[in-house]
Ligand binder design. Structure first.
Ligand SMILES: NC(=O)c1ccc[n+]([C@@H]2O[C@H](COP(=O)([O-])OP(=O)(O)OC[C@H]3O[C@@H](n4cnc5c(N)ncnc54)[C@H](OP(=O)(O)O)[C@@H]3O)[C@@H](O)[C@H]2O)c1
Length: 323
C-alpha cells in the first residue's frame, strides 16, 4: 500500500491506537495542525460499535489515511513506517508490551525522526505508587528503557491526568448526585489537562528539536488543582452544595490489596494522584521541559474554563479503563 505524498512540507505522522479514548484527539490535532496523518488500525469486526465506524468516517473526512493492519504484520508496518516521519503510540495498557513490535519495525525502517511511546500519564521514573499501579508503570518503564537503548529518537510524554476523564469520575456531571467522594484529605494537588490540549501539546512535542530524547511534562499553572478546590469551584458554578464522602488513605490501601484487577489499579491511581499528590510531588527545575512553557502560543483550557464547558455541554464519560 502506498501513502500518497502530500505537497506540504509538514512531517507525516503515523498514530497507533488513534481510534481510542485519547488517540482520537491526537489524530484530530495532527490533522488540525496540517500534518499528513495516518492511523494504523486493526481491521473492523462485526462487533465494532457504530461510534467506531463513525470515528473512522470522521477521520477520512479530515483527510486522515487509515492503514489497516495488525501489530504482528512486521513487513506491512515497515513499509508504512518508511513513508512517514513521526510515530505516536496511544495504545492502551493491554497492548503496551506489543509496542516492542513497533520498535522492531521502526528500527527496520530506519527513517523515523521521532517516536513517542504510549505514556500520557505520570512521569513513571519519578514516582513510587502502590504495587498494582507500580506494576502497570513497570510496563511503561520497560518500553522507555528499550527505546533509550535503541538509536530511535524519542520523546517521553508525561501528560498527567486527562481532565475530562477525571472530572467525570470525580464530579459525575452526567449523573448528578447529592454527594461527592473525596480521596484522602482532598488537599493534595493534581494536574488535570484537557484531552484536546494534551493532543495539541503532543503534536508540538513530536515536531520539536528541543524535545528530542527528553521527557516533557504537561503542567500548565491553570491546571493544578486539589480535589477540594475542584469541588468548591463546581459548587459555585452549579449553585449546589455537595456532601463530601471521605475515603481515607488506609481504606484505599486496603482496597488496592483486596480488589481484583483492574479495580485495584484504579484505586492505586486515585491514591497516587489525589492522596499522595504524586503528580506535584517534585519541583521542575531549569533542566525540565514543561509543555506550557515550551508552547506559550497554545491557549490551553484551564480547569475553570473546562468546568464552564461541563456546565453547558459536558463531555461524555469515558468507557476506557482507568489504568
Ligand atoms: N492520564 C490519563 O488520565 C489517561 C487517561 C486515559 C488514557 N491514558 C493513557 O493513554 C494511552 C491510551 O489509552 P486509551 O485509554 O486512550 O486507549 P484505548 O482507548 O483503550 O485504546 C486505544 C486504541 O488501541 C487499539 N488497540 C486496543 N487494543 C489493542 C491491541 N491489543 N492491539 C492493537 N491495538 C489495540 C484500538 O484501536 P483499533 O481497534 O482501531 O486498532 C483502540 O481504539 C495509554 O497510555 C493510557 O495510559 C491516560
Amino acid at each position: 500500500m502506498e501513502i500518497t505524498s502530500s505537497s506540504c512540507n509538514k512531517s507525516k505522522i503515523l498514530v497507533f491506537g488513534g481510534t481510542g479514548y485519547l488517540g482520537k484527539h491526537v489524530v484530530r490535532a495532527s490533522a488540525l495542525f496540517g500534518h499528513p496523518t495516518f492511523v494504523f488500525v486493526r481491521p473492523p469486526t462485526p462487533q465494532m460499535p457504530p461510534s467506531s465506524l463513525r470515528l473512522r468516517g470522521e477521520f477520512r473526512s479530515l483527510g486522515v489515511t487509515l492503514v489497516q493492519g495488525e501489530l504482528e504484520e512486521h513487513e506491512k508496518m515497515v513499509s508504512v513506517l518508511k513513508q512517514v516521519d513521526i510515530v505516536i503510540s496511544v495504545l492502551p495498557v493491554s497492548a503496551y508490551h506489543d509496542q516492542i513490535k513497533i520498535i522492531d519495525a521502526i528500527i527496520a525502517a530506519g527513517n523515523i525522526a521521532r517516536f513517542l511511546p504510549s505514556e500520557f500519564g505520570c512521569d513513571e521514573d519519578r514516582i513510587t505508587p502502590l504495587p498494582p499501579f507500580e506494576a502497570c508503570l513497570e510496563k511503561k518503564k520497560e518500553i522507555r528503557r528499550l527505546v533509550e537503548a535503541s538509536t530511535i529518537p524519542y520523546t517521553f510524554v508525561s501528560a498527567n491526568c486527562c481532565a475530562a476523564y477525571f472530572i467525570n469520575l470525580l464530579l459525575h456531571p452526567h449523573d448528578p448526585r447529592l454527594d461527592i467522594v473525596v480521596y484522602g484529605t482532598g488537599e493534595a494537588k493534581a494536574v488535570l489537562n484537557w484531552e484536546q490540549d494534551v493532543a495539541k501539546y503532543t503534536i508540538k512535542v513530536a515536531n520539536d528539536p528541543r524535545t528530542r530524547n527528553r521527557v516533557v511534562i504537561y503542567r500548565p499553572p491553570g491546571n493544578i488543582i486539589s480535589q477540594n478546590e475542584l469541588i468548591s469551584s463546581w459548587e459555585k458554578k452549579t449553585g449546589r452544595k455537595f456532601e463530601k464522602v471521605c475515603v481515607q488513605e488506609d481504606e484505599l490501601i486496603k482496597l488496592s490489596q483486596s480488589l481484583p484487577s483492574p479495580d485495584n489499579i484504579a484505586v492505586s491511581i486515585l491514591h497516587s494522584v489525589f492522596v499522595k499528590g504524586d503528580l506535584m510531588s517534585f519541583d521542575l527545575d531549569e533542566d525540565d521541559l514543561e509543555a506550557s512553557c515550551l508552547y506559550p502560543e497554545i491557549e490551553y483550557t484551564t480547569i475553570d474554563q473546562l468546568l464552564d464547558i461541563f456546565l453547558v455541554d459536558p463531555p461524555e464519560p469515558a468507557c476506557t479503563a482507568l489504568e
